[in-house]
Design a protein around this ligand. Structure first.
Ligand code: NAD
Length: 336
């Protein structure tokens, strides 16, 4: 049994907490950690654990804890992951792995030095449709991959800290790092250049204070083997949560996702057939999170490499920075 401590019991943290408490074979949630009294109290109401901590440094000293799931704000990831690695705990860290490439490198080194697993939370790779698409692409059924397009539109009003791009990297980091990872995964290649354009279309009231804030971004990438990539990102779209991928090959294409709440069609009194829009990533990817958490516990038990490792986390962060630099400096950025 792999004993788990959840560090960060907020929105995404509780998804992992619920999974680890009830759905993961070979894993057991034994501890919760969060400095926020409110967050911790809410988590305790739902999850029964043996240990409660407000300071992650105390949590990782517990010899019964084998592994931690780090779901704190991104700015805290580096410090917590390195401390956990040094305490010999395996780590599943939410995406984006860290704020910049240097932080990621230090985290990877700490994991290697202390011989612990470091998995990064790109849960889309564990989604059934993504996995099937990957198998189709790898089988050669659509020929050679030419172009991968990934779109993520989120419904919610940005949290206040997101407006300050220097603190958050903005939506490219917090959301579109998923799309950048998707491009790397389906092309099987690394990007050599990126060009981003974007703007703030939905929060005009913050334009004066945060002139660099963007809620919409369009990115074009070229990969080292000539393949092409495109990311379409938008926040606060208000119509629902929208995540779609198109993989164009030389002899076919694969589409993942649509705008509807999958599997649901409503016939109403007005004689209409309505397909409700997808409302949340927590619903769309709920099974993917379970598969991701199961894979983490399994790779510890079997002593195998995580499917999404620290290197994948670092390369996505590298693309986040290149994409953001391109957007701010209005130029094509070459990636070494
Ligand atoms: N995989 C995904 O699709 C996905 C979705 C949402 C969020 N995330 C990522 O998860 C992370 C958390 O995001 P969220 O939306 O859950 O944020 P959140 O604000 O809802 O929750 C963060 C929690 O971390 C706690 N926290 C802050 N500092 C801490 C510390 N030092 N030690 C322990 N806990 C601490 C906060 O009190 C809060 O309860 C971010 O990195 C975010 O990018 C990933």
């Amino acid at each position: 049994m792999v004993n788990i401590c959840l560090i960060g019991t907020g929105r995404a943290g509780m998804i992992h907490g619920r999974n680890m408490a009830a759905k993961i074979k070979g894993g057991k949630l034994i501890a919760l950690c969060d400095p926020s009294e409110e967050s911790l109290t809410n988590a305790q109401k739902e999850l029964t654990v043996d240990y409660i901590y407000k300071d992650y440094r105390e949590a990782i000293e517990n010899p019964e804890v084998d592994a931690v799931v780090v779901v704190t704000p991104t700015v805290c990831h580096k410090e917590i992951v390195i401390a956990a690695a040094e305490a010999g705990k395996h780590v599943l860290c939410e995406k984006p792995l860290a704020m910049d490439e240097q932080e990621c490198l230090e985290m990877i080194q700490a994991a290697e030095t202390n011989n612990i697993k470091l998995q990064v939370g790109f849960m889309r790779r564990f989604d059934e449709s993504f996995q099937e698409a990957k198998a189709i692409v790898d089988s050669g059924a659509i020929g050679e991959v030419v172009l991968v397009k990934s779109l993520t539109h989120g419904p919610s009003e940005p949290k206040p800290w997101m407006y300050d791009i220097s603190q958050s990297n903005g939506p490219i980091g917090e959301v579109n790092s998923h799309d950048l990872d998707t491009l790397r995964w389906f092309t099987g290649s690394e990007a050599i250049s990126i060009y981003s354009i974007g703007g703030n279309f939905r929060s005009p009231e913050v334009r004066a204070e945060y002139p660099d804030y963007y809620d919409t971004v369009s990115m074009n990438l070229q990969f080292s083997d000539g393949k092409l990539g495109a990311v379409d990102g938008a926040q606060y779209v208000q119509y629902g949560y929208d995540a779609r991928v198109e993989i164009l090959g030389t002899t076919g294409s694969v589409l993942i996702g649509d705008q509807s709440k999958h599997k649901l069609v409503v016939a109403n009194q007005q004689g209409e057939i309505v397909r409700p829009a997808m409302h949340s990533w927590t619903y769309l990817f709920q099974d993917a999170y379970v598969a991701e958490d199961q894979a983490f516990v399994d790779c510890i038990a079997a002593d195998t490499e995580p499917l999404v490792n620290g290197y994948d986390g670092m390369m996505a962060v590298k693309l986040v920075h290149a994409g953001l630099t391109s957007l701010l400096e209005k130029r094509v950025v070459q990636i070494d």
